[in-house]
Design a protein. Sequence first.
Length: 462
Amino acid sequence: MTVLADRPRSDRMTSAQRLVLVLLLGSQFMLAVDFSILNVALPVIGSGLGFALAELQWVATAFALAAAGFTLLFGRIADLFGRRRLFLIGMALLGASSLAGGLATSPGLLLVARVAQGLATAIVTPAGLALLTTSFPEGPLRAKALGLNGALMSAGFTSGAVLGGLLTELLSWRWAFFVNVPVALAVLLAAPAVLKESRPAERPRMDLPGAAAVTAGLLALVFGLTRAGEHGFADALGLGALAAGAALLIAFWYVERRAAAPLVPVTILARPNVTWGNLAGLIAFATETSLVFLMTLYLQKVLGYSALATGLAFGVLGLGTVLGGVLAPRVIGRLGTGRALAAGFGLQAVATASLALLGTGPGWIWLLLAATFAGGIGNMVAIVGFMVTATSGLPDSEQGLATGLATMTQQVGITMGIPVMSAVATAAMGTVLQGVIVAVLVNAALTFAGALIPRKRSAMSN
């Protein structure tokens, strides 16, 4: 039984829906900021806490492993035991772990806090998205809500670098953690009055073998990709982790086919909109987040920008994603989801390919700003198209599962894009600029492949 108020059939939001939207969008924005807020501060954190240079990447990796590995599991738990309940638990954990990270006095304590932040993200993100999709009926209202959500999440990712630079330079790197605490507290105080609980009529047994297989598989996959980005794809440990991750995910598929109460029913994975929608999401997040990494290399290593100036340059990309999120529902309403998805990827591909023209002179910054702005618009249209596609045509009882899958896709895409493009750039690197240009062209080719997904989906549906 779903304990949600009757939802309006009109295309206009009620005041209650606006409150839900503000609360959930604020929390999702904060989670997105967490992905990148520490990147600029890593050198300062290393010197402040005594991290060895080789250990610094674990500040980001510890977060990514937990966030990607446990998202699907917590998405299903939210379906079974209540989305609002899991949302509140996750926000409480986020506030506590952020406070602990800001107070950390050793590398070990900081890494524990980052793992806890990743777990909080794995809890809050699918629960929040499920609350969002079940609060708005399928159609224009849901597309608008998802568009705003996607815009703020992408803007949060890009603006995290700006905020991290400002906090680190003006106050201390510890404020990159502390900034979450009052926001989490405000959400915890407001959520019980704003959000309605949603729970199933019956609680099936948890699929423990499936949960163990998919969680271990995703952890191994993310670790392998991170290791490959650091040491190259010939690294034995990285290859072993990737092979183990693939084997565990294949085992998960077979476990789910025979489970009485599967974590992920095979029927939902067989739906073309879920399969192709999540593939599109994987490409959208992997390409855009890795492009930020490539342009960071270009700005700092080729043009000589400081970390703070680099973060400010990405503010233009953030503006593009916000505009894309606002425009996406209109584009989807006019073109349909499939064509909007293709159009978004097409614009992103062209904008990304133009970055292959970058040179060593300071005037090339204008091409970078124009291309990342246009690419941000296209990427956000594609992301909203992915979310609408991957969560459409499903009952409310499966929305937590669908958004858990979509969130897992997002987390894995963010995590895998950077190591893959880093490996491409390193392999092609005669100079930094040469490596960046080759990786940019590979990035554009992947994005163009994403534009072909709607045709494949249509062919499969027919």
